[in-house]
Design a protein around this ligand. Structure first.
Ligand SMILES: [Zn+2]
Length: 126
């Protein structure tokens, strides 16, 4: 008997799998589309009527893989991206600290002004 992973672990594992599958699918899709394009162009370049692009199916399969891979990548990355952008978007310009000496805006975590070197007070003054 094997013990199942807790929900959290299986979720992050699924996300990692999604990202891996997505990356591979996009990569393979790009290669297939590239091969199909080269084949198509070479078939067009040669005036031989019989030289039809035989690998045109690769183009459609490649595009399909690109779409599926992109969706997988988005699904696997969605949570992380949301977590990263949410605080920044919510805080906006309010996150910046204005130097009381020269008025240059600095990052919230900055302890000294990058412009004039004025130390910022640790306690937030409003
Ligand atoms: Zn300053």
């Amino acid at each position: 008997m094997t013990t199942d992973d807790p929900g959290f672990h299986s979720q992050s594992a699924r996300r990692t799998t999604l990202r891996g599958v997505g990356a591979v699918a996009v990569l393979v899709g790009l290669v297939l589309v590239g091969i199909a394009l080269v084949d198509f162009i070479s078939a067009m370049a040669s005036q031989d009527i019989d030289a039809r692009p035989g690998k045109i199916w690769m183009f459609f399969v490649g595009v399909l893989l690109l779409v599926v891979g992109g969706l997988c990548l988005n699904a696997g990355r969605g949570d992380i991206r949301k977590r990263h952008t949410a605080p920044e978007a919510a805080a906006g310009s309010a996150a910046a600290v204005r130097c009381p000496s020269c008025g240059v805006t600095a990052d919230e975590g900055a302890r000294f002004c990058a412009s004039c070197g004025q130390p910022f007070a640790r306690a937030r003054t409003s």
